[in-house]
Design a protein around this ligand. Structure first.
Ligand SMILES: [Cu+2]
Length: 284
């Protein structure tokens, strides 16, 4: 009996701790994000969601009402309205109107997503199997960003950390409130750069350069992953974006340039040398 009581107590405390931690992160909806585009995407998603709810209630309401009121036990006789011009017009015009109502905000959001004009900083993101390379094109700074979760955690030999498989050695650092143009490409297979809080994902395709932009509104660390099945270790190429105030960003950039200088001098005889701040990444 005591064992049952103890077991129940343990289960209760387990559930309490679960509801305190995991449940706090549990969400059914998509994140609102931290950029103007992510807010647009969220509002678009909610608009279309509510349109679908109204359509669902309307269609199923009519259907269930009809099933109930025109049931066989009431002696219902099917109505004959083949070749009804009115019905034909209605079921053409109503869906068309619904599509137009959804297409207008969707197009406006897409146009905004592709408007990379007036960006203050350009970062080229290159996907590799299995890590990312970031180039600050106008600054001469570039580095690899590689998964930093210890192997022991991956092999279940150590307790998993808070950001298991979502942590890297060198995050992408960007200034808060500035428009950053992001170019994506790949050096081997197709990858996809995806940080949900930024509101978009962009394929990184060898031989092509895709373009988008972001403007993060509040400082913080935002995490994502490669969203393309790019090979064996596809699940081990996380993305970490660190948004910092402009002054801090400039300081970081200065440090990165200082680190780059000695090696740039060394590589002067090799015009196509790798960016000097490259840190060796390891494929897992
Ligand atoms: Cu990938």
């Amino acid at each position: 009996m005591n064992r049952i009581v103890a077991g129940t107590a343990a289960l209760g405390s387990g559930l309490a701790s679960w509801s305190g931690s995991a449940c706090a992160e549990f969400a059914l909806n998509m994140p609102r994000g931290v950029t103007p585009v992510s807010h647009d995407v969220y509002h678009l998603h909610m608009t279309i969601f509510w349109i679908c709810v109204v359509i669902g209630i309307g269609v199923f309401g009519v259907m269930f009402w009809s099933i109930y009121h025109h049931r066989k036990s009431r002696g219902a006789v099917a109505a004959q309205f083949h070749e009804s011009t009115l019905i034909e017009i209605l079921w053409t015009i109503i869906p068309m109107a619904i599509l137009i109502v959804m297409a207008v905000p969707a197009t406006a959001t897409l146009v905004r997503m592709y408007d990379t004009r007036d960006a203050e900083l350009t970062v080229k993101v290159t996907g590799y199997q299995w890590r990312w390379h970031y180039d600050y094109l106008d600054e001469g700074v570039g580095f690899f960003s590689t998964l930093s979760t210890p192997q022991a955690q991956i092999r279940n030999a150590a307790p998993k950390g808070e950001h298991y498989l979502l942590e890297v050695d060198n995050p992408l650092v960007v200034p808060v409130g500035k428009k950053v143009r992001i170019l994506t490409t790949a050096a081997d297979v197709i990858h996809s750069w995806w940080v949900p809080d930024l509101g978009w994902k962009k394929d990184a395709i060898p031989g092509f350069i895709n373009e988008t932009w972001t403007q993060i509104e509040k400082p913080g660390v935002y995490r994502g992953q490669c969203a393309e099945l790019c090979g064996r270790d596809h699940g081990f190429m996380p993305i970490v974006v660190k948004a910092v105030p402009e002054a801090e960003f400039k300081e970081w950039l200065t440090q990165m340039k200082a680190k780059a200088t000695p090696q740039t001098a060394q590589n002067e005889s090799h015009p196509v040398s790798q960016p000097a701040t490259v840190s060796g990444g390891q494929a897992l």
